[in-house]
Ligand binder design. Structure first.
Ligand code: PLP
Length: 386
């Protein structure tokens, strides 16, 4: 049997709601028109509410990595040092970006699946007086680990010359994170994960402590944040933005507001719990020591090829889940429950995994993970202890 439909359940890009697709299916607006200015200003205001802040929040036409690069290039000078938490693929990206811009990374290397110890960050700052910042992922998507950025913010806020730069590309919109209260000096996200919009937009929000650094000379052109701050305050961008994506993002943010950010976060919390219980019922193990609420990374049982498992699910059922990256290729698979997803999307993923595991010789009773997830769900929505 051939699949008759595709279900996109990777931790980015994620499913785009019909409403967002429809909003984007409009003629392309002239980006200097009053009509676009109104929509863009509205989007910026919604993003500020999303981050629970009043501070400068910018939309860049780039994938998420563009905002990461903008943070390094604008806010750090060659010769600066920065603490970099490397616990997976995206932590590695921070390190590579630092190196590309002459920033010396003081690396805290973690075994993939482990979360950073907050004391280690403090120690690294104390030991290296030239440290001007801390780079971290709130959720390291490659391992499904959540890092306690709130506690890290308490530390970095005590240093006048250290800024906390948090890649929250799979955390904002999964959790309800007030960036000011958590002392996240620079918050970054992207359109194609919890923001339920196609890839192509990056978002960066920065406070006064970070903004002060824009007064220095910097080697930037396209990603000149000072220029963008000036333009975006007037509902404009320095260059032609991805107009249709911005219209889509505005609609997606409207949906998040209608559901309520607290409820969005609660939905993700419950789905993540259901995913973990479903996986445990299969006798499988999570990779992450501190599992995140947007994505669940699962160790593939001994003797089973994880890459085959993922491609088999895609070919037979049209269900697209993610495998592992780098040295975890074939060793894990990742279930996404981020963005426009509900319990039934999750049950689908679990059942597909059951099918594939069985077919590959791992014996389980059909439906066992779905039952565990559903039991968890029912208890959670009725607020009974799990
Ligand atoms: C997806 C993602 C990114 C950005 O990747 P792009 O492909 O540039 O959008 C960065 N960090 C994390 C943690 C991510 O999940």
């Amino acid at each position: 049997m051939k699949p008759i439909k595709t279900r996109l359940l990777t931790p980015g890009p994620t499913i785009v709601p019909e409403r967002v697709l429809q909003a984007m299916s409009t003629h392309t607006l002239y980006h200097r028109s009053p009509e676009f200015k109104t929509i863009f200003s509205e989007t910026i205001e919604r993003l500020k509410r999303f981050f629970r802040t009043e501070r400068d929040t910018l939309v860049l036409t780039a994938s998420g990595t563009g905002a990461m690069e903008a943070a390094v290039a604008n806010l750090f000078a060659p010769g600066d040092s920065a603490v970099v938490v490397v616990g997976g693929k995206f932590g590695k990206r921070w390190k590579e970006l630092c190196e590309a811009f002459g920033v010396k990374p003081v690396v805290i290397e973690l075994e993939w699946g482990k979360a950073v110890k907050v004391e280690d960050i403090k120690e690294a700052i104390e030991k290296n007086p030239n440290v001007k910042g801390v780079f971290i992922q709130i959720c390291e998507t490659s391992t499904g680990v959540y890092n306690d950025v709130r506690a890290i913010g308490e530390i970095t806020s005590k240093y006048d010359d250290v800024i906390l730069v948090a890649d929250g590309i799979t955390a904002f919109g999964v959790y309800d994170i007030p960036v000011d209260d958590w002392n996240i000096d620079v918050a970054i996200t992207g359109s194609q994960k919890a923001l339920m919009t196609p890839p192509g937009l990056a978002v960066i929000s920065l406070n006064e402590k970070a903004k002060k650094r824009l007064e220095r000379e910097r080697s930037v052109y396209y990603f000149d944040l000072a220029k963008e701050i000036k333009n975006q305050a007037k509902g404009q961008t320095a260059y032609t933005p991805a107009v249709n994506l911005i219209v889509g993002l505005n609609e997606a943010l409207k949906m998040i507001e209608e559901e309520g950010l607290e409820n969005v976060a609660e939905r993700h919390r419950i789905l993540a719990m259901c995913a973990r219980e479903g996986i445990k019922a299969l006798g499988l193990e999570l990779l992450s020591e501190v599992p995140a609420n947007g994505v669940t990374a699962v160790k593939v049982p001994e003797g089973i090829d994880g890459q085959k498992l993922v491609s088999w699910i895609r070919e037979k059922f049209g269900i697209v889940i993610a495998g592992g990256q780098d040295h975890l290729k074939g060793k894990i698979f990742r279930l996404s429950h981020m963005g426009y997803v509900d319990i039934f999307d999750l049950l689908t993923e679990l059942e597909a995994v059951e099918f594939a595991l069985t077919r590959m010789g791992y014996r389980i009773e059909y439906g066992i993970s779905v039952k565990a997830a559903m039991d968890t769900f029912i208890r959670a929505v009725h607020k009974r202890p799990v």
